[in-house]
Design a protein around this ligand. Sequence first.
Ligand code: NAD
Length: 366
Amino acid sequence: MQVLDGIQKGNKMNHKNHHHTGLDKLFRYAEVLRFGDFHVKFDHKTGLRAIIAVHNLKLGPAIGGCRLIHYHSTDKAVEDALRLAYMMSFKSAISNLPHGGGKAVLMKPKEIKDRRAYFEAFGDFVNELGGRYITAMDSGTSEKDMDIIATRTPFVTCTSASGAGGDPSPQTALGVRRGIEACLQFKFNKNDLKDVHVAIQGVGHVGYYLAQELAARGARLTVCDVNEMNLQRCVKEFGAAVCPPENIYDVAADVFAPCALGAVLNLQTIKRLRVPIVAGSANNQLAHHHHGALMHERGILYAPDFVINAGGIIYVAAVYDHADQNQAFKQVEDIYFNIMQIFERSARENLPTNEIAEMMAIERLR
Ligand code: NAD
């Protein structure tokens, strides 16, 4: 996103003259991204090193996943928490949720001796914030972990008691499929997926369900993954063709769907793309904000990530808010119209779709 690119450049420039400590960086980030608040907790009994970033509460209590992954440094973890919480504000705002953006980052220790005690300590931390932040599943955490957190705080969703299971991936995939349908309609005036060729990068949780959604509607699939088991599941169940991970950008298809990692759309990869549409679930797909403009110039229609991948959060927020589940499903299906609205405005104003989406979110946040 634009402001982040700005601050990264700024940091590089300042680096020559000053030595920035982690806290300097934190406040600089916070200022540019218009935070919000930032909380840290260390629990020596369990080894919990947790960060909760709350970006914006204008539209309601902040909601966002709890990530448990390994970080090389605290700086990296802080940066991740701030970037993700900021993005969650955009995601909630553009999806018309009564929530702000927040994120929890747990710095994974070498070993978690007692996972129950670890997540109890994290549950206490969430509870101390009194409902400013509602936590949910994310990379490295499970429904079971959410159940443990729920023994210490009501400010948690994705628990086993929350209805259709804790994993939001099927709803995320449904939203992505609807987004792809909007792309096809807008670009080719085509209103179905029959014989549409989609190249999917990463068939883990979301990628697998997306493959299922697409195959059921007659799409043709090429998939790649670094996990052989995940790949073979798609070959067997959907007759997908397989390509090596490093070649996925060269596949001539109708749609490229990044469903694995962030920053996959960069100068090198965009040059190689042989697709008219990019639409997938991964967070932070653009390595830099201006790569959206590059795709716009090349006539590649890009479905902004935080709009098309909001199905999961729409669904878990609805479960948390005790909203009507049918209404929530409809809202996920309506990602089609959110995407369409962005494309129409992008065409009218001749601006990249990611810039339009960010502008629309900011209009709601301020
Ligand atoms: P996941 O870990 O289950 O799946 C990712 C898959 O990508 C795995 O199968 C992994 O083996 C594969 N992969 C890793 N590196 C790869 C590479 N270099 N090339 C090809 N494949 C590679 O994660 P997920 O929950 O399916 O999420 C996928 C993406 O969507 C992530 O960026 C995530 O942040 C985003 N997202 C997920 C949800 C959700 O509901 N799960 C919601 C919003 C956004």
